[in-house]
Design a protein around this ligand. Structure first.
Ligand code: COA
Ligand code: AMP
Length: 631
C-alpha cells in the first residue's frame, strides 16, 4: 500500500489497520476488540488483550534467534566508557533487577519513580518495571528537588530508583543529595530507594530506607514477565502545562507497544538488526519511546549516549558515535545541530569520519528552522526529516513516513499527518479554517494507539486540558496551518508553554517562582527568541513599593530561585525590573506584545492597553540586556 492507501485505511477502517499492525506484537491473550469506544472519550486500544511489554522488547527476540545481537550500546564520553549488551545479557540484567524490585515489595500497579542519569541501568529500570507490571515515572535529572518532590507526591511511588550522580560534561551532579532533599520535602514517603553507586561519587545511604543496587541485584532471583491488560498503565510521564503543576501523562501497554513497533518500521524505516540512535535523555518522551521501547520492540539496536553534541569533547562527537557504532538513523532536536553548526560551521569535523552506514536524520522537539535543516542536509547528504509530536502522543503526529513513501521535504514543515491521526485546523468557533490560514491544531478523537489515556489520577484534568475546547477533538496546544498539499506547518503554541533547547517548560511555573520572592509584587515571564536554544525565558518583575535594594542583587536572587525551584534545565538567566506590567483594561498581561518588542518584531498597539507609555520603558530596559534591537 502507498501512503495514501495506508492513511485512508487508518481513517476509514481503523480496526483493520491497527488490528493488522498488532499482529507484530506477541499477545498472551488476543484482544476482544481493537478499539473499545464504550467509555469515550476514554478509549481503549486492544480491549481485553493481555501482554507484557518487556517480554515483547527482550525475551521474544531471544526466543527468535537474536540472543547474541547487540540490544543496547552505551557510549559515554563523559566517563570515557563504552559497553554493549546483547539481548540475552540485557534480559538477564532486567530480570534480576525486576527480582530486586519484587524483593522490595513492588507488585503490579505500584508506581516506581526513576531519577537517574544516562546510564544503561536507567533503561534496565524502566524495563524491569514493565516486566512486573509496575508503573514507572522517570523524572529528568535536570529538574530541581522541588520538581521531583511534586512528582513524588502525585505518583506516590512505593520505591524510587536513583544513582549517586549524573555527569554534565565535567561537572558531577549529586543526584542522591537532590533525591534526599526531595523526599524530605514531599508529603508522601517511599518505602525504599534503590541506589546505583557510580564510581565517580559515593552516595551516603539512609539506613532502613536506602538499598544498594549492586548488592540487591547480587541477591535477587531472575523474575519472569507478569501478564498485564492492554489498558494497564505502562508509565506516567510528567510534562509542563500552563500552570506550575505538571501533568502526569498516562501511557497504556497494548496501544503503546503496537504504535512503537509500527512507527519504527513505517516512520523511521528501521528494520530489526539496524542501529537506531535517539540523542535525547530518557527523562523526556523521546527517550522513553525511541531510546528504550521502540527500537527494542523492533529487535533493533539502540544507543544510549551520555554526552553532548559539543564539548564532549568537540563538535565531531555525533559523527564519531555514528561511525563507531554504525548508526543507521539519528534522531535529535534541531538545537543540537545549531550547537554543532555554531562551533563547526564548515563541518570540518565531519571529514574525519566514515558515515557510510548512516541513512537518515530525524529532528523533533521544536520547530526546525529552515536554515538548520538545509545546513544539515548539505553537510550530511542524507534526508533530513522534521517530524512533529508531543509527550502526550508519544510518537509522531506528522512526518514523512520513510518506511512507506518519501514525500518531498518542505523546510519548515513536518510534512503530513501520520496514519492514525485525523489532524484539523480550527478557528475559535470550531470551524475548519481554509488552506494556508492559521488556526488551532486539533486531532479528531479517537487518537491513534499509543497516545495518552488520561492524566494520572485526574480524568477531569485530562478533559479540561485537552478535550473541552472542541467537542470530539483533542487540542494539541499548537497553532499552525495546512497547505494545499496537506502539509502541516506548526508555527507556535497557543498557551504559555515555551520550548528551550527542545525542552518544554511552562512560563506559569516560572511566574509562580518569581512571585514567591518577598520583594516581587507582580511578574511575567516570556519566551524570547534565541539563536541556539530556540527560545529562552526572560523575566519581568515589578517590585513592591518601598523596596530600595539594588536591582542587580534582586535579579541574581530571582535567577538563583528559579534554578533552585525548577532546575538548571530552565536556563533562566535573564530578568529586568520594571515599573508596571503592560495590561489590558481588564487586567490581562500583554505577554505577546512584550515578546514582539523583545524580538524586534512589528506589533499592533493593543486597543485595550491601559497605559501605552509603559511599552517604551520596557523596550528601553530590554535594549540594555541585548533585546529589542539592543546589542
Ligand atoms: N542533570 C543535571 N543537569 C542537567 C541535565 C541533567 N540530566 N541536563 C542538563 N542539565 C543542565 C546543564 O548542565 C545546564 O546547566 P548550566 O546552566 O549550569 O550550564 C542546564 O541544565 C541547561 O542544559 P541544556 O539545555 O542541555 O543546555 P546546555 O547549554 O548544557 O547544552 C545543547 C545545549 C544544545 C547542547 C543541549 O541542549 C542539547 O544537547 N540538546 C539536545 C536536544 C535534546 O536533548 N532535546 C531533548 C528533546 S529531543
Ligand atoms: P514535548 O511534549 O516536550 O515533546 O513538546 C511538544 C511540543 O514541542 C509540541 O507541542 C510543539 O509545540 C513542539 N514541537 C515538537 N516537535 C515539533 C516540530 N517538529 N515542529 C514544531 N514544533 C514542534
Amino acid at each position: 500500500m502507498n501512503f495514501q492507501q495506508n492513511y485512508v485505511q487508518s481513517m476509514t477502517q481503523p480496526q483493520t489497520f491497527w488490528g493488522n499492525a498488532a499482529e507484530d506484537i506477541d499477545w498472551e491473550r488476543a484482544w476482544d476488540s481493537v478499539l473499545d469506544e464504550t467509555n469515550a472519550p476514554f478509549y481503549q486500544w486492544f480491549a481485553g488483550g493481555e501482554l507484557n511489554t518487556c517480554y515483547n522488547a527482550l525475551d521474544r527476540h531471544i526466543e527468535n534467534g537474536r540472543a547474541d545481537q547487540t540490544a543496547l550500546i552505551y557510549d559515554s564520553p563523559v566517563t570515557a566508557s563504552k559497553q554493549n549488551f546483547t539481548y540475552l545479557e540485557l534480559r538477564d540484567r532486567v530480570a534480576v533487577l525486576a527480582g530486586a524490585l519484587r524483593n522490595m515489595g513492588v507488585v503490579k500497579g505500584d508506581r516506581v519513580v526513576i531519577y537517574m542519569p544516562m546510564i544503561p541501568e536507567t533503561a534496565m529500570a524502566m524495563l524491569a518495571c514493565a516486566r512486573i507490571g509496575a508503573i514507572h515515572s522517570v523524572v529528568f535529572g535536570g529538574f530541581a528537588a522541588d520538581q521531583l518532590a511534586s512528582r513524588i507526591d502525585d505518583a506516590k511511588p512505593k520505591v524510587i530508583l536513583s544513582a549517586s550522580c549524573g555527569i554534565e560534561v565535567t561537572r558531577e551532579i549529586p543526584y542522591k543529595d537532590l533525591l534526599d532533599t526531595a523526599i524530605e520535602q514531599a508529603t508522601f514517603k517511599p518505602s525504599h530507594c534503590l541506589i546505583f553507586q557510580r564510581p565517580q561519587v559515593k552516595a551516603q545511604m539512609t539506613a532502613g530506607r536506602d538499598i544498594d543496587w549492586q548488592q540487591a541485584c547480587a541477591e535477587a532471583p531472575a523474575i519472569d514477565c507478569v501478564t498485564v491488560a492492554s489498558s494497564d498503565p505502562l508509565y506516567i510521564l510528567y510534562t509542563s502545562g500552563t500552570t506550575g503543576s505538571p501533568k502526569g501523562v498516562v501511557r497504556d501497554n497494548g496501544g503503546h507497544a503496537v504504535a512503537m513497533l509500527w512507527s519504527m518500521r513505517n516512520v523511521y524505516n528501521i528494520q530489526p538488526g539496524d542501529v537506531f540512535w535517539a540523542a535525547s535523555d530518557v527523562g523526556w518522551v523521546v527517550g522513553h519511546s525511541y531510546i528504550v521501547y521502540a527500537p527494542l520492540l523492533n529487535g533493533s539496536t539502540t544507543l544510549l549516549y551520555e554526552g553532548k553534541p559539543v564539548g564532549t569533547p568537540d563538535p565531531g562527537a555525533f559523527w564519531r558515535v555514528i561511525e563507531e557504532h554504525k548508526v543507521n538513523v539519528l534522531f535529535t532536536a534541531p538545537t543540537a545541530f545549531r550547537a554543532i553548526k555554531k562551533e563547526d560551521p564548515l563541518g570540518n569535523y565531519l571529514k574525519k569520519y566514515d558515515l557510510s552506514h548512516f541513512h537518515t536524520l530525524f529532528l523533533a522537539g521544536e520547530r526546525c528552522d529552515p536554515d538548520t535543516l538545509k545546513w544539515a542536509e548539505e553537510l550530511l547528504q542524507v534526508p533530513v526529516i522534521d517530524h512533529w509530536w508531543q509527550t502526550e502522543t508519544g510518537w509522531a503526529i506528522a512526518s514523512n513516513c520513510l518506511g512507506i513513501e518519501k514525500f518531498p521535504v518542505k523546510p519548515g514543515s513536518p510534512a503530513k499527518a501520520v496514519p492514525g491521526y485525523d489532524v484539523r485546523v480550527l478557528d475559535d468557533t470550531g470551524n475548519n479554517v481554509s488552506e494556508g490560514q492559521i488556526g488551532n491544531i486539533v486531532i479528531k478523537l479517537p487518537m491513534a494507539p499509543g497516545c495518552l489515556m488520561t492524566l494520572w489520577n485526574n480524568d477531569q484534568g485530562f478533559i479540561d486540558a485537552y478535550l473541552k475546547h472542541y467537542e470530539g477533538y483533542y487540542l494539541t496546544g499548537d497553532a499552525g496551518y495546512k497547505d494545499s498539499d496537506d502539509y502541516l506547518w506548526i508555527m507556535s503554541r497557543i498557551d504559555d508553554v515555551i520550548n528551550v533547547a527542545g525542552h518544554r517548560l511552562s512560563t506559569g511555573a516560572f511566574e509562580e517562582v518569581l512571585a514567591s520572592h518577598p520583594d516581587v509584587a507582580e511578574c511575567a515571564v516570556i519566551g524570547v527568541s534565541d539563536k541556539l536554544k530556540g527560545e529562552l525565558p526572560l523575566g519581568l518583575a515589578v517590585l513592591k513599593s518601598g523596596v530600595n535594594r539594588p536591582h542587580a542583587e534582586i535579579i541574581s536572587e530571582l535567577i538563583a530561585l528559579v534554578r533552585k525551584k525548577i532546575g538548571p534545565v530552565a536556563a533562566f538567566k535573564q530578568a529586568i525590573i520594571i515599573e508596571r506590567l503592560p495590561k489590558t483594561r481588564s487586567g490581562k498581561i500583554l505577554r505577546g506584545t512584550m515578546r514582539s518588542i523583545a524580538d524586534s518584531r512589528a506589533y499592533t498597539m493593543p486597543a485595550t492597553i491601559d497605559d501605552p507609555a509603559i511599552l517604551d520603558e520596557i523596550e528601553l530596559s530590554l535594549k540594555t540586556i541585548g533585546y529589542a534591537g539592543g546589542s
